[in-house]
Design a protein around this ligand. Structure first.
Ligand SMILES: [Zn+2]
Length: 65
């Protein structure tokens, strides 16, 4: 699943930075900092996408260590 951000960044949805706040799981664009609340998706899909992004983030950390 790919998406284009306001800043023009194009890539996998799960390539963004996963953040978790009072409004629930969201993905933040690493280029412009725009936070996507994923509100177009139903709750189960939001959670799955967020988890996928988180796993990707952890994997990246492990790779660069
Ligand atoms: Zn952006």
């Amino acid at each position: 699943m790919t998406e284009v951000c306001f800043c023009g960044r194009y890539g996998p949805l799960t390539d963004r930075t996963p953040i978790l706040d009072d409004d629930g799981p969201s993905l933040q664009c690493p280029t412009c900092g725009h936070v996507d609340r994923l509100t177009v998706f139903p709750e189960p899909v939001r959670l799955r996408l967020w988890t996928e992004a988180k796993e990707r983030e952890l994997w990246d950390l492990r790779e660069s260590a």
